[in-house]
Write a protein of this length. Sequence first.
Length: 365
Amino acid sequence: MSDKTQDALLALRDRIDTIDADIGKLISERARCAQEVAEVKSASGSGDVLYYRPEREAQVLRKAMERNEGPLSNEEMARLFREIMSACLALEQPIKVAYLGPEGTFTQQAALKHFGQSAVALPFSAIDEVFREVEAGAVNYGVVPVENSTEGVVSHTLDNFMGSNLKICGEVELRVHHNLVVSSVTNVNSISRIYSHGQSLAQCRKWLDSHYPKAERIAVSSNAEAARRLKGEWNAAAIAPAKAAEIYELNILAEKIEDQPDNSTRFLIIGTEQVQASGHDKTSLLVAMRNQPGALHNLLEPFHRNKIDLTRVETRPSRTGVWTYVFFVDFTGHVDEPIVRETLDEVASRVADLKILGSYPKAVL
């Protein structure tokens, strides 16, 4: 390496050191501001203090992406700000988040993607338990899967909303990559059973048909649970994320075995409070209707007339009547917008029951 090159590198490294020092000072200044925010909120004497504001965090992340001049991507820039905010929020009050466990699930990844690494993420074995923990106040929020781009809705999550008073406070979208994993004692030439969550088995159906057509496919509560079961099973494999393979000390036999390369899953953040408008929001409804001619048209027509964008409509049988159905509806907009409120009032007059599950910021990350 020439002297000229060495001098150029030294100058660049000195410049980086100076920038790093400035960044460190600004992060510390931001953290002190976060502490002052907590002190102001606590001194207000307004009862339960909300340290985490989903709409505010979404606005900050969007601004970070709008200001980004490169060369980092907008998403990478938002992730950096996400972690700074997570660490600063932990100075005010660490957030406790329940997720569908055990450790290593995609739901855990979604929880940390949304709340950052400074959140206290707690695993639970079933979606019902996540709902119960949030309702009981044992945690601040819960994270549950709601739909997959390949296999559709997670019906168990939708069913839990029927008997719950919890609100949807946010959403997370996660690219999902599945891997076939084995333990150190697995005989890879004699795999006769494959564990995974039912949705993951469905998302890898074609790959499994091609590579392991005779292996028994066993659905379990989560992909991480599938990975955990492999210890000591010489004839078994599991479909699981790379993080689960790392946690349970497994080997990845095949990577990215999902049938659709753009496979992604949407997760919902559930909590107890209503979220204010962020400027780019979604609203979710639960609507009960009697099975009669024109029922679906009566539900959808006001949205069409008022040019409100419906992003999803799902049907589930009602638990209260043999021929009554429940529709889960997502649309673009916030309940505080006048046109949305007017539309919902009209829809409410046409249906048996309407329940607003929540208005919340569209997924930023």
